[in-house]
Design a protein around this ligand. Sequence first.
Ligand SMILES: *Cc1c(COP(=O)(O)O)cnc(C)c1O
Length: 354
Amino acid sequence: MTETLTINIHRSPVSRLGELDPANIEFGKLFSDHMFAVDFVNGEWQEPQIVPYGDMAVSPANSALHYGQAIFEGMKAYRTAQGGVALFRPLDNLLRLNASAERMCMPALPEELFMQGLTQLVRLDAAWVPEAADTALYIRPFMFATDGLLGVRPSDTYRFMIITCPVGAFYNKPLRVRFEEKYVRSAEGGAGYAKNAGNYGAAMYPTKLAQQQGYNQLIWTDASEHRYVEESGTMNAIFVINNRIITPALSSSILDGITRRSVLQLARDWGMPVEERKVSTHEIIEALQTGTLQEAFGVGTAATIAPITAIGYEGHDYELAAVDNSAFSRRAAAALQAIRTGEAEDSHRWMVEV
Ligand SMILES: *Cc1c(COP(=O)(O)O)cnc(C)c1O
């Protein structure tokens, strides 16, 4: 990518990379040396900056803090077998960021600003992209209101930022989940399809209750009837029943995950039937009882694929059979990893070198 956009870079005089223990990386704790920031003032994006990572001053009256005018993205950069660094489907993240921005009355970010900020930041902190298998640099773009004004209305000013942190290879411990039939993450017509901060804050309490009951996560059901599967925690949910890939169709209450999209594409590439439709809790329980539910898993950037080993419903825990490396979820995870590291052909042109 050519550098057509000038970004002011204030380099950090010292690197904190020495503080990183590559064998024990705790997610989201130690951030790379630099961060990207650009302000939106007077209806325009101002001069973008890359500065040393650190605390910053904001008005205590900003409406991100009071009214939740804040959105984010989650994506990763991978070290390739050829020694480079590549991003996975970054333009998909930009499109979703701008869809979230529209829903929250925030300004759209131009493609060049996003892509240049991203690539120049990741290039500058390339030493922070870990090398070991299944590791990556997690990238967190986000935007928030900055007006110092308590009136309930969209802010006139905003800041868009990108921070990054290395993530280790984590073992995806199979999850025990249960269908949630009281609380909701998101309702039709709400903002659940947007990656806005408030969706996460409101999901913490029901998740905590499920964890107190011994589950790792819950499977959200629809807000009006609690009959249909929505998502699994902060991931999209996919099931394999009778060798068919089945997942809830997108709606205004379901977030359009890029991992979901990629996994469904792989299934189609492999000639497997893919059904995006309503999936009822009864269908899943019946498939568990008759033994036709082969796999259930969550998909998202953080874990890629998180297998589900048990589903709780009306006080009973239904166990899933263990899967081996021939399972669809295992093959899809391996195929995605091979594309990300440049070991397999990137036939859909998902990777963007920085
Ligand atoms: C981010 C997110 C996902 C996963 O999206 P990816 O693009 O695959 O990371 C799924 N559900 C919710 C609610 C999310 O916020």
